[in-house]
Design a protein around this ligand. Sequence first.
Ligand SMILES: CC(=O)[C@](C)(O)C(=O)O
Length: 300
Amino acid sequence: MDLRDLKTFLHLAESRHFGRSARAMHVSPSTLSRQIQRLEEDLGQALFVRDNRTVTLTDAGEQLRQFAQHTLLQYQQMRHTLGQQGPSLTGELRLFCSVTAAYSHLPPILDRFRAEHPSVEIKLITGDAADAVEKVDSGEADLAIAGKPESLPPGIAFAMLENLAVVLIAPALPCPVRHQVTSASPDWAKVPFILPDQGPVRRRIELWFRRQKLSHPSIYATVGGHEAMVSMVALGCGVALIPEVVLENSPEPVRNRVMILERSDEKTPFELGVCVQKKQLHEPIVSAFWKIVQERKESA
Ligand SMILES: CC(=O)[C@](C)(O)C(=O)O
């Protein structure tokens, strides 16, 4: 068994997306398939079940995921201990992110940070992704995972993690809204929209309205938190624009009640990243976390 295969496997087990993992690990999709095949042959078990778009772990895959997570973290910890001079960091780090980001993007960064700095206490605050930059700007959090706003406050630094797709979603089960949006030429002025109350996603739906020449859209509700928007769409209340990762991390019964009407084009990606106050970057704990984010960015 090769550590690189294990790393690639773990990435795929977390992303559940061949293309994304191949890009992040700097290998071609066929190399990635070969690495997984090698592990499957070695263990004599299938690790993933694949269909057109999604990848699911088998029981053996889940066992290997746990093994890979422990092994790689222990390895990193050992490497760090061997190469470490001076005392390790102690203190507190306050992180803010959405529930979605806590599932999708925070785990590998936090695992790595914990492996290197086990004595730092992590205070995780979850909430509306749209509040992330403000939480850092106001000093309530040291670092946050955020969608990049059109303009960043002057004291804030932003390190991009990934370009996310943004999708327009509608109820998938038979209901009046589904009927409206699946007709041959929907009357968009009559379709109820669920909007985030603020933030970069709000800005995007406003641009979408403009492109559709929709000056008076019908607003069903304005809510805080992209996760809540998915639930409302799943209940048939209206349609909404959200980062696709929020849908991907919604519980399956909710996901099954939602369909994607439109996916944003690659020219207008939604930049997800980590933000911090520039003046805090010299603080040892903040700077240690920032360094890990920068390294991930380079390997993404
Ligand atoms: C901005 C952000 O954190 C996410 C993951 O895209 C979200 O929760 O919408």
